[in-house]
Ligand binder design. Sequence first.
Ligand code: C2O
Ligand code: CU
Length: 465
Amino acid sequence: MNRRQLVLGAGGLLSSLYFSGKALSASEQVVKLFASESKVDLVRLGTPTNLWAFNNAVPGPEIRVRRGDQLRVRVKNELREETTVHWHGIRLPNGMDGVPYLTQQPIKSGEEFEYSFVCPDAGTYWYHPHQRSFEQVGRGLYGPLIVEDKEPLAVDREITWVLGDWRLQSDASISNDFGHLHDITHAGRIGNTVTVNGHVVENVAVEAGERIRLRMINAATARIFGLDFENHSPLIIAYDGHSVEPHSPENKLVVLAPGTRIDVLLDFNGEADGKYRVVDRYYRGRDYRLLNFAYGTKRSEKARSGSPQLSPNQLPEPDIASAVRHEIVLDGGMMSGMQSAIVDDEELDLRALIRKRLFWAINGVAATSHVHKPMATLKLGQSCVLKVVNRSGWPHPMHLHGHAFRLLSRNGQPAKYREWLDTVLITAREEVEIAFVADNPGDWMFHCHILEHDVGGMKGVIRVA
Ligand code: C2O
Ligand code: CU
């Protein structure tokens, strides 16, 4: 059928879709995605990089729906291996969650699968394969999924930034060392080239006086971003899609771990003709200039009205007093004290683990696949508090499928905003408490979104029944 790349939605929101390529509005039709090998000019030097991509683009097309809409997506697998698509952050029925062997059979090479589900929450989401994701995502298979609110926030423009990170060689080809042992045992595959919406970006044109809603998605397999907007003051309005009390980021850095989305409001109060940097400062001593905001000569005087606070999604509020509690311990990686782990019901020592390329464990279990005994079983409708203890010397962005959870505390200190998340960054030796209502039946992944840690054993299942 038609592979129309741009379909205008009703609200005219797409006119604001500056900078993020193609959009597919999904309210009236079946969105078509095909995964295939492709070439994309990431570095804009005229030498395209061989990648894997949805619809020949990195990121794949921006899918936009309205809150409460049914989304139907037909996925064709034109890769030479199996795949699936996971709709990261969407609270959907288990059978649509895209986890191979756990929630569906993988889509074989040459075959198709139709996903169909309601998007109950407004916000910024994304999609990516869950099959060998360290390589499939790492080679470029991902795209943004935006669920529009009924009442859009009053801004002049809305921009989506999908952040990517690549390990490129000098001829712009991708380094093929996916699943490298050093990456698995350390911080994951951190690359040398950061892209915004699939390109190395020099300047983003802005106008003095305008207010922009910037939706950021970290699609990198391992790189954590700590974005410093230098002369600008981003106001965080949403985490992982969900409204939060508008606030400035701590230490001025907007921190996005893999899997995380953050929406900010930016008021462009700089000088006409000015240039202002955005710099990633997460890794000490390794600052990386992402891009510049380049002001035009005009100044727009736009009246502001209304609060910058987004309307909340209808999420079930956990009852902390009656909640069941589970403790989840993360361990492994370089320089940890982990001596052994259970693999397929058998205790293996470090040497045997290394032979199997497993270095990470949750509650002492190193997972080899998506299917195994649940680390916790929750009664449907039950409130639950998870205390997640990171015993390792590495940060882990832990992602729960099928639910959003509230962040209650970090190292025993109550969280200031009690934000709703689906991915929580737990730094080295840190412990966090999160809470949610187990209201979505099924087996749900709980895993590290540093995808080299995920393949190295750091994943498990939480059962809601
Ligand atoms: Cu974004 Cu389990 O994945
Ligand atoms: Cu991890």
